[in-house]
Design a protein around this ligand. Sequence first.
Ligand code: C2E
Ligand code: CA
Ligand code: CA
Ligand code: CA
Length: 275
Amino acid sequence: AKADGRGTYRFFETGMDARAQARRLLEMDLRAALQRDEFEVHYQPIRDVASDRVVAFEALLRWNHPQRGLISPVNFIPLAEETGLIIQLGEFVLRGACADAATWPDDIDVAVNLSPVQFKSPNLIASVTAALAASGLSARRLELEITESVLLQNSEATLTTLHELRAMGVRISLDDFGTGYSSLSYLRSFPFDKIKIDRSFVSELATREDSMAIIRAVTSLGRSLGIVTTAEGVENDAQLELLRREGCTQAQGYLFSKPRPASGVALMLERPRLR
Ligand code: C2E
Ligand code: CA
Ligand code: CA
Ligand code: CA
């Protein structure tokens, strides 16, 4: 046996890999959490840079764990995707976000993240339709955020789904733009309404010439293609000023507010900055 911690020793003893065991526990925990209603949807404001008004909120999933407190989705979404639980979780977010947004002023939209697994599910259109119908939210107020990984395979089916969603009136954002496999040809081949410029470029805006150049290129591309550009992760005034100068359409980040529960939306609408 190895001189590792006791837990590791026991995993070796039972012939089970420690990581596999930890994953099984997390999976059981996730299933139980769904049943126990431990998930909630938080919201972060997205502001129009020119008018400085809130135009939308992004719905961000949280696991309110009885012992561990609020858990960020980065810690459980990968496993939820592998196990298929993301379908149920995704529907929970979609239904919750549409229901919440239906209580907001008419000119405030809601953005919901879609996992690639969810996007490829044959039930996607039906569950979006159901969430809109149940909430009474107009499709025009719903934005769906997808990442570039969705575009990598089966582009025929992807294109069909994107067109179906847009025919319903739903808008589509390309999330985390600039990370991963970004290709400018995506912008020509797929019908996007919005590009979200990844936080990594925004955080280096003031210190790295190349980040500045990329933001300049993307905002100008967005302008000429008629696509809205949103900068993620805006944390200070210097970044906001540079984005304004480049003509970036929207900004989102801790400078304005961190994500808060639905009960915080009224306050986030009232106050330009709430940290
Ligand atoms: P994302 O879609 O890129 O969401 C933005 C993330 O950046 C959020 O993290 C948000 O809290 C964080 N953020 C916002 N402003 C700032 C800032 O100024 N500075 C910094 N450092 N961070 C900022 P969060 O909520 O932990 O979510 C992480 C990721 O998990 C999301 O990245 C998204 O990919 C995924 N996710 C969240 N909710 C859902 C969901 O309902 N479904 C799916 N499929 N994925 C989700
Ligand atoms: Ca997002
Ligand atoms: Ca993003
Ligand atoms: Ca991101």
